[in-house]
Design a protein around this ligand. Sequence first.
Ligand SMILES: [Zn+2]
Length: 225
Amino acid sequence: MQHGSSNTIRQARPTRREFAVFTLLTFLMIGSSAWAVRSLPSSGVVTAVFDGDTILLDTRDRVRYLGIDAPEVSHGKEASDCMGEEAAKFHSQMVLHKRVFLHYDRERRDDHGRLLAYVHLPDGRCANVELLRGGYAFVRRSREGFARLNEFLGIQREAVQARRGWWGKCPGTPAGEYLGNRRSFVLHVPHCPWGKRTEARNRERFPSRWRAFEEGYRPCRECKP
Ligand SMILES: [Zn+2]
């Protein structure tokens, strides 16, 4: 009996090995939460501009602008989208070598590990807004949504109506009607293979592409409506 009870007591006490594992886990937890905080910088100097919506900071963080999507610049053999180079140039002149301030929303990183943020300039302007206003980018809805969506939609509507940037310079593919995907808010011409994949319940038809763009749709990269 005595043997048995002393055994029980010994088992209840942490062994040196268990204590070491516990200590290690505690340090790892503290370390990883410190890393998580450090990995969300509030500002940085822009050392590179990749296109109309992505930058690199001196903190080594890549930042993808939240709530917008700019036309692509050329990648390897793929030619640039209409206004892709202009958007990158406008963007670069606005932010390159400047200190920018990052404001976060619900979604803070994308699937590629890039930070998702509103990027503010030293003079207080929001670069995401300036790109939208000039017609250098489209509103992009994210999975989780973002607080400034309605404001961004209003700015796109104004840029569309004024035919600024992409809206005035990039003629779309003529079509009798256009097919919108109410889930992704991407607009297609009816014969687009990507558009055809839109589920029936998410389809919205537009007699005019301008109407769709004013409502916050962005053009499909393939069929270019
Ligand atoms: Zn399409």
